[in-house]
Design a protein around this ligand. Structure first.
Ligand code: THU
Length: 157
């Protein structure tokens, strides 16, 4: 028997240590949390994607009374980005959240499994790593690619 282990490197930053573009993305993700439609969970998530054409596209979670019909912030942003700019490649996504008390969380949230799979598709299309920035009121985590977040991912390519 052999055993394998998977290690996910995470760089932990304070906001002031980020590059100007990363600060802007974090700011946009935080702002997007205020555009969430989350009357059921009251959990507000915002995502901001930097594209290689210079655009920043944002999204927020959109819930629905028929619960499974809702969409996470990450998929709202990535589907909108690719629908608006089908030729553009994703560079970085930042994700921020405010809890049911309306306050930014003290620890970052990480995308759900379905969002990881969706984001991976755009990383494959980009033909390079897409960085993931997980925002909180304290630490900011930077993961160098979506595939780091989804080890052993399904792919039919
Ligand atoms: N949610 C996101 O938008 N992104 C995540 O990464 C995790 C969860 C949303 C889905 C739902 O509207 C609410 O947060 C509570 O789960």
């Amino acid at each position: 028997m052999k055993s394998l282990s998977i290690n996910i490197p995470i760089a932990v930053y304070a906001y002031d240590e980020l590059s100007d573009l990363d600060k802007r993305l974090v700011d946009e993700a935080r702002k997007a949390t205020f555009r969430a439609y989350a009357p059921y969970s009251k959990f507000n998530v915002g995502a901001a994607i930097a594209l290689d054409n210079g655009e920043i596209v944002t999204g927020a979670n959109q819930e629905n009374v028929a619960y499974p019909s809702g969409t996470c912030a990450e998929r709202t942003a990535c589907y909108y980005a690719h629908a608006q700019f089908p030729e553009a490649k994703f560079q970085t996504i930042a994700i921020a959240a405010r809890g049911t008390d309306g306050v930014e969380l003290n620890a970052p949230i990480s995308p759900c499994g379905a969002c990881r799979q969706a984001l991976l598709e755009y990383e494959i299309l980009a033909e390079h790593d897409v960085r993931v920035i997980l925002v909180s009121a304290n630490d900011i985590y930077i993961i160098s690619s979506v595939k780091q977040l989804l080890p052993l991912a399904f792919s039919s390519f």
